[in-house]
Design a protein. Structure first.
Length: 178
């Protein structure tokens, strides 16, 4: 009988060990299933957020498409003047090409808006005295040659000789920050 009792005890021990193992596996499976559900819900939330961000991006893209087109058209004109020397040289070229009589020119760099892309501007004070049509045509060519410039002041008066005009011009050319 001693063997019977030992065999029963051994079988009880094996049964208890199997029950403990099955319970441990069940608990591990349950926690893995919960973790999978949680990961799946996080993935679904992230997918919804990605779709929302995609919709917002398309909306922003649609709203700014016209601005980006204008920016693309104007960027080369602003890129041409990275520093004040470039702008001064371009004004000198336009004066030389226009063959107008320049009485005086003065250049000054001013700060427009600190911290923005266009923080500085070259201010050119020009005084030209020449034939009326030649001077006005030159003014038009100046605006064509430097489309990013802004004419701050333009004062036209009668010149000293017959058909001459005296043009006092102040031009602002934006300088892009490098």
């Amino acid at each position: 009988m001693n063997n019977h009792k030992s065999a029963c005890a051994f079988l009880l021990f094996l049964t208890a060990a199997m029950l403990y193992g099955v319970n441990t596996l069940r608990n591990a499976t349950s926690s893995a299933r919960d973790l999978a559900r949680q990961s799946q819900s996080e993935a679904e939330t992230a997918e919804q957020q990605a779709q929302l961000a995609q919709i917002q991006l398309k909306t922003l893209d649609a709203k700014t498409s016209e601005l980006r087109l204008v920016y693309g058209e104007w960027k080369p004109h602003f890129d041409a003047h990275r520093n004040s020397q470039d702008a001064e040289q371009r004004i000198a070229e336009v004066i030389r090409e226009g063959d107008v009589f320049l009485i005086s020119q003065k250049f000054e760099t001013r700060e427009i808006d600190k911290g923005s892309i266009i923080s500085d501007a070259l201010i050119a004070d020009l005084i030209v005295e020449d034939d009326y049509s030649k001077t006005l045509n030159w003014l038009g060519r100046l605006e064509e040659a430097i489309p990013s410039c802004r004419i701050i002041r333009c004062q036209i008066q009668r010149g000293d000789r017959g058909n001459d005009v005296h043009l006092e011009l102040q031009v602002q050319i934006p300088i892009l920050e490098s």
